[in-house]
Design a protein around this ligand. Structure first.
Ligand code: ACO
Length: 356
């Protein structure tokens, strides 16, 4: 049986940097508030009408493919993780295939919807496919264009200031080197609090989950609503109910509990200790969350990669962008034990240990 490794990695962030001061011109917020609570100084926004999650993903993928020493035609499976897809359906997997010009090979393309932990879920799926010998060059992409659907009024400030656009990609390949590759991945979820961090409209829910959970929100459903109108009601449009919502404090408390838990679980499976970690690349949710986890694990500053200051929270793209930057800067070297971890909407969370 093969082990799988990251054979190539790339990332892409759009050119347009939006500072906290820029945001304070359109909503009631401040650089001081944002930096103090999240560590974020600026984030990138994609060029509207030209860039999308799929196009940014394709740019990151081209770099990863070249660094993996293969051609686009060698890719034998695509996995795409995003919560900000170009279309409701079909997913970005086939769009990136078309963007890369590799439709002739008719390879499979899988879209996964696991928000902030989407990349870790994708890595685990790719790992299983490669280990079983089914595929040899899996292209895994995490990409987000949050800027297309955020509430830029003061009402949406608690969510909007956090998120940014970008993409990261890796090529997962087999390796027979026993001292290299993905050692283990751990995946978890708990749907109890699905609505605490969510974008619920448009959708097929028809208010069902809210009624069942005793949550209070009027979507404009009444006896006159017809089948074709359930997905997107006039009230949703009128009241801006199509933006993401988040109970920040609730998310924070769970995140700082689950990150160390799932990292510990992976270390135990691999027979390793926290002190064996050379570099931790956490999902860039919030600098305060990463610092809390770092402290809990007893890691030094140079053992944790943070770049949320520059890019904000890029959700499914954050782990591959950060990992790529860490590797490009020389902070991740051959033989290093790299720990990836993420927590986000669902809630879903996971971790991965990689011997680089
Ligand atoms: N600018 C200025 N003031 C703001 C802003 C803003 N952008 N957002 C909220 N406020 C105000 C609130 O209205 C509130 O005012 P009030 O006291 O007058 O009512 C006050 O600031 C405090 O608001 P809280 O929401 O209680 O602020 P909190 O200290 O919890 O910080 C934050 C908010 C940063 C979102 C924090 O809860 C957090 O980081 N949570 C984790 C969220 C996270 O990391 N999410 C991403 C992970 S999951 C994923 O990646 C999808």
């Amino acid at each position: 049986m093969f082990r799988s490794k990251i054979g190539g990695i790339g990332h892409y962030v759009p050119e347009w940097a939006v500072t906290n001061d820029d945001l304070s011109k359109v909503m009631d917020t401040s650089d001081e508030w944002i930096q103090e609570r999240t560590g974020i100084q600026e984030r990138r926004y994609a060029k509207k009408h030209t860039e999308t999650s799929a196009t940014m993903g394709a740019k990151a993928a081209e770099i990863a493919i070249e660094r993996a020493g293969i051609t686009k035609e060698d890719v034998d499976f695509i996995i795409f993780a995003t919560l900000s897809p170009d279309y409701y359906f079909p997913g970005c997997g086939v769009l990136v295939q078309r963007e890369l010009g590799i439709t002739k090979t008719e390879i499979g393309a899988l879209d996964i919807r696991n928000q902030c932990s989407g990349f870790i879920y994708g890595l685990s799926i790719a790992d299983q496919f490669v280990k079983t010998g089914m595929y040899k060059n899996i292209l895994l992409i995490g990409a987000e264009m949050h800027s297309m659907g955020l509430d830029f009024s003061t009402t949406g400030r608690n969510v909007t200031v956090i998120f940014g656009d970008g993409a990261g990609a890796v090529v997962i390949q087999p390796t027979e080197d026993e001292n290299q590759g993905i050692l283990t991945t751990k995946l978890h979820s708990d749907g109890t609090y699905a609505e605490k961090l969510a974008m619920i409209n448009p959708g097929a829910h028809g208010g069902y989950h809210f009624d069942k959970m005793g949550l209070d929100m009027d979507f404009g459903y009444d006896e006159s609503i017809k089948y074709g109108e359930i997905f997107l009601t006039q009230k949703m449009l009128d009241e801006g109910q199509y933006y993401p919502n988040m109970e920040g404090k609730f998310v924070f408390k769970l995140a700082v509990q689950k990150f160390p838990e799932v990292i510990g679980e992976a270390l135990e499976t691999a027979g390793l200790k926290t002190s064996d970690i050379d570099m931790m690349v956490p999902h860039q949710a919030n600098l305060r969350i990463s610092q809390f986890v770092q402290k809990r694990l007893g890691l030094r500053d140079d053992q944790v990669w943070n770049n949320i200051q520059k890019y904000g929270n890029t959700t499914a793209a954050s782990v591959p962008i950060a990992l790529c930057e860490a590797w490009e800067s020389g902070a991740v070297k051959d033989g290093d034990l790299v720990c990836l971890a993420a927590f986000g909407s669902g809630f879903t969370w996971g971790s991965a240990l990689i011997r680089w």
